[in-house]
Structures are given as structure tokens and as C-alpha cells.
Ligand binder design. Structure first.
Ligand code: FES
Length: 324
């Protein structure tokens, strides 16, 4: 993830985009150009606050254009129930503060083989799609954008997307006089040859989108997913995990991660971010097939299946055996 090449970047601008979303602009202290990146990339911030002892590792998509390298721009949503990283960035980080930032991680982006594109972003999950959308429009590729959120007040990127997509932007509010679930089958539509789907948002939204895509005949190889939330979904299937070294077995229920279950059982496993970005919790898989939830692949290849990040990833098989 490029964590070994962290550099200190200075906050050069900070502004509120909504009640809960703040945009931070980061630049090199010597103001030289930053490393180039592909639209859709993210950076990983390592947050350490001596005053409170807070240590957190958080991934944020780059929302600035890939052509603008004098600064990186990110949008941070304040998570009240999170581990404190976003609250620190909201409450304690002002212009002038230096932050430790990884090189851009290019785990998500426009598929070069696609002939047309459907981008689907929910809530703060819209952020990795912004620079991709602008790149697609610039290159004249056929593309459509669906932006889902609770209300306009919580969706600060509507205007930016409308300028770029015009009529091809569909905005869906889920809280207009009550709460409604978006009709994902209708939003996605039937699969068309050469069309690729990109989705980012809360875990439940991503999982429902993938299910709707499968129902409507989309090929898995045309689905691209960016997940930043470590929260498990209650729609997840339960599975059993066996620890080969201690010969113990546990059931991992929906809504809990392997890391949660092992932690509850008092089994020490290293971890840090709990969001699938730092790699601290990576375990070797001896048997079974993991369902990776830390990267973009909807269907991992065989070579991806020997290791897994147990803070977010689950299982495609009823049982997993880990070298723990
Ligand atoms: S704890 Fe960071 S990837 Fe799992």
C-alpha cells in the first residue's frame, strides 16, 4: 500500500463541504509537484496525536484531478462511531499542520477495456468516482453517473458532477419525506456488452448493488468495487474459521469480522486500522477461499487467495483454515 514511502504533507486549505464533510488540501512542504496518480486512487494517512495518544491509519480517495499535482484534495466525513481518525481530522487539523501521507494507491480506476461506464456512488462513497468521472467526460467515453444520498444537504458533490455530466447524472435521495431504499435493479439496468460498473459506498449498499448486478446478468469481471468501510454487513453469510496452530474453531456471524470474533475469544492478533488498508492483520489461508473486502476485485483470482485481511474479509466457502 505504499506505507513505507510516507511523506509529510502540509495542510494548505481546509473547508467545510457540509455539516459532516470537510475538504483538506495537502501539499509538499517544499511545494514541489506531488507523485502522479491515476483517477480513482487513494492515499493512506497515518494519524498520530501525541496529546491524546491517538494512532489511526485511514484511507481517503483523491478527489482532485489527476492532472493537478501541486496539491492532493481529500474529503473527510466525520464518523462519530469511528476510531477517532476522522474526528481528529475535523477538530484538530488546521491549515499548516503536517500529516504523514502514503504515495497514491492505485487499486481502483477506469477499466481501459470498457466501452461504456456506469458509476454508482452512495454518500461519501462518491469520492473515488469524482476524478474518474471527470476523466471519462474529458476523453469522451460514454458514461452515466448515479449519485445516491440521503438529501441534497448531505451530498456536496451534486453541482460538481452536474457540471461534468449534465443530463447523464442521476441524483437519488433516500430521505425525502421518510426513508426509502433505492431501486438498484432499476438504477443499474440490464448488463450491456462492454459496459463496466463501478460502485463505492457503505458496505450494505455495495453488497446490494453486487447482488442486483448479478440478478440482472452483469458479468463479475465488469464489476469494480472500492471499499473503505471496515463495517460488516448484516447480509453477510456466516462461516466457520479454524485456527490451525491452536486447533480451535469459531463461527463468524453476520455483522462481525474474524478479527472481532478472535478478539472476543481473547486470541491476540495484530491489527491497526480495522478498515482493510494497513495490512497489519493479514493472515495466511491454508484451506478455503476468502472473500476479499479490502480491494476492488469482486471475484479474486486464485493467487489472491493465500492471504487475507481478517478485519474486513470474509469467506466464499463455509469454512476457512488460517495459519494462526
Ligand atoms: S487492521 Fe489494517 S488491514 Fe486489517
Amino acid at each position: 500500500l505504499g506505507l513505507a514511502v510516507n511523506q509529510l504533507l502540509r495542510v494548505v486549505e481546509s473547508r467545510s463541504l457540509s455539516d459532516r464533510i470537510k475538504q483538506l488540501s495537502l501539499a509538499r512542504i517544499d511545494r514541489k509537484p506531488l507523485p502522479a496518480f491515476r483517477a480513482g486512487a487513494h492515499i493512506v494517512l497515518t494519524i498520530a496525536d501525541a496529546a491524546t495518544g491517538l494512532r489511526a491509519v485511514r484511507a481517503y480517495s483523491l478527489i482532485s484531478s489527476a492532472e493537478q499535482l501541486d496539491r492532493y484534495e481529500i474529503a473527510v466525513q466525520r464518523e462519530e462511531a469511528g476510531g477517532g481518525g476522522s474526528k481528529f481530522l475535523h477538530d484538530s487539523v488546521r491549515v499548516g499542520r503536517a500529516l504523514s501521507v502514503s504515495a497514491p494507491v492505485e487499486a481502483f480506476g477506469v477499466a481501459p477495456q470498457a466501452q461504456s461506464h456506469l458509476l454508482l456512488g452512495a454518500g461519501i462513497g462518491v469520492t473515488p468516482l469524482l476524478s474518474m468521472a471527470e476523466e471519462l467526460v474529458k476523453s469522451g467515453m460514454p458514461a452515466r453517473f448515479v449519485y445516491v444520498g440521503r438529501s441534497a444537504a448531505e451530498m456536496p458533490f451534486i453541482e460538481r458532477l452536474r457540471e461534468c455530466f449534465g443530463e447523464r447524472l442521476q441524483v437519488v435521495f433516500t430521505r425525502t419525506g421518510g426513508h426509502s431504499r433505492p431501486d438498484l435493479h432499476a438504477l443499474i439496468g440490464a448488463a450491456e456488452p462492454g459496459r463496466h460498473l463501478y460502485v463505492c459506498g457503505p458496505t450494505g449498499f455495495i453488497d446490494s448493488t453486487l447482488r442486483a448486478a448479478r440478478d440482472t446478468g452483469w458479468d463479475l469481471s465488469r464489476l469494480h468495487v472500492e471499499r473503505f468501510s471496515g463495517s460488516s454487513s448484516l447480509d453477510d453469510a456466516p462461516f466457520t474459521v479454524r485456527l490451525a496452530r491452536s486447533d480451535r474453531e469459531f463461527v463468524v456471524p453476520p455483522g462481525q469480522s474474524i478479527l472481532d470474533v478472535l478478539g472476543d475469544a481473547g486470541i491476540p492478533v495484530p491489527y491497526d486500522c480495522r478498515h482493510g488498508v494497513c495490512g497489519a492483520c493479514t493472515a495466511t489461508v491454508l484451506e478455503g477461499c476468502p472473500l476479499h473486502k479490502d480491494g476492488q476485485q469482486a471475484e479474486p483470482s486464485q493467487s489472491d487467495n493465500r492471504e487475507m485481511r481478517i478485519c474486513v474479509s470474509r469467506s466464499l466457502t463455509p469454512r476457512l483454515v488460517l495459519d494462526l
